[in-house]
Design a protein around this ligand. Structure first.
Ligand SMILES: C[S@@+](CC[C@H](N)C(=O)[O-])C[C@H]1O[C@@H](n2cnc3c(N)ncnc32)[C@H](O)[C@@H]1O
Length: 195
């Protein structure tokens, strides 16, 4: 389904980075692992800030577009086609992990997120934005599946080894390509791995 969505010439989530990520770039440390990177808008932005970033996604088509975007902006990113159901992040390796609109079923999150926490170095950070469960009522993007939508409680439970620096639910206007458009209910999270 994602390869099909990304087959269009246009960047369906745009080429501008996510605004929560941009506002919190100062919280990030390299090397960065970007989960479900898609067409590369966030990885390319991070690379343009001088940060080393590795983008992982299940869509080969999306990551080809990510590499093309990086070339067009004169920056370097590394990419890996991988299914997050089986992906194994390296332990104790990343300064930060980025997860922007990476909506995954709870069974997958329950396997992956402990590995993500292990993959972070002590003091490393996670920056995550996702649609909240309240987004189910709205038509501005995100999966129509409660299990894949987030709450503050889910974040707290699923990242027990990270101290929340920001954890909030809010309604904001999203304007990120053709699929994310309008007022949306989102969860924003920045967590720091406890020592
Ligand atoms: C809504 S897009 C967000 C893309 C990007 N993070 C952004 O904000 O532009 C969701 C991404 O999750 C990826 N994805 C979904 N399930 C996946 C899985 N099991 N393994 C790897 N990638 C997955 C899709 O390929 C898609 O690129």
């Amino acid at each position: 389904m994602w390869d099909e969505r990304y087959a269009a010439n246009e960047y369906v989530y745009g080429t501008e980075p996510n605004s929560f990520l941009v506002a919190n770039t100062h919280m990030l440390q390299a090397p960065i692992l970007s989960l479900a990177e898609g067409e590369g808008r966030n990885a390319v932005y991070l690379a343009s800030q001088g940060l080393q970033v590795h983008g992982v996604d299940g869509s080969r088509v999306g990551l080809e577009k990510a590499k093309a975007l990086a070339r067009s902006k004169g920056v370097h990113i590394t990419t890996e086609v991988a299914d997050l159901r089986t992906f194994m992040p390296e332990s104790n390796s990343y300064g930060s992990v980025v997860s922007i609109f990476a909506h995954l079923p709870s069974a997958l999150r329950h396997r992956l997120y402990p590995l993500v926490e292990q993959g972070l170095k002590a003091g490393g950070t996670i920056v995550l934005e996702a649609y909240s469960e309240d987004q189910l009522e709205l038509e501005s993007g995100g999966p129509k599946d409660l299990d894949m939508l987030m709450t503050e409680e889910k974040i707290q439970k699923e990242f027990p080894h990270c101290e929340p620096i920001i954890l909030r639910q809010l309604v904001r206007e999203v304007n990120e390509g053709i699929f994310h458009h309008g007022n949306a209910s989102v969860i924003q999270f920045i967590g720091r791995k406890k020592a």
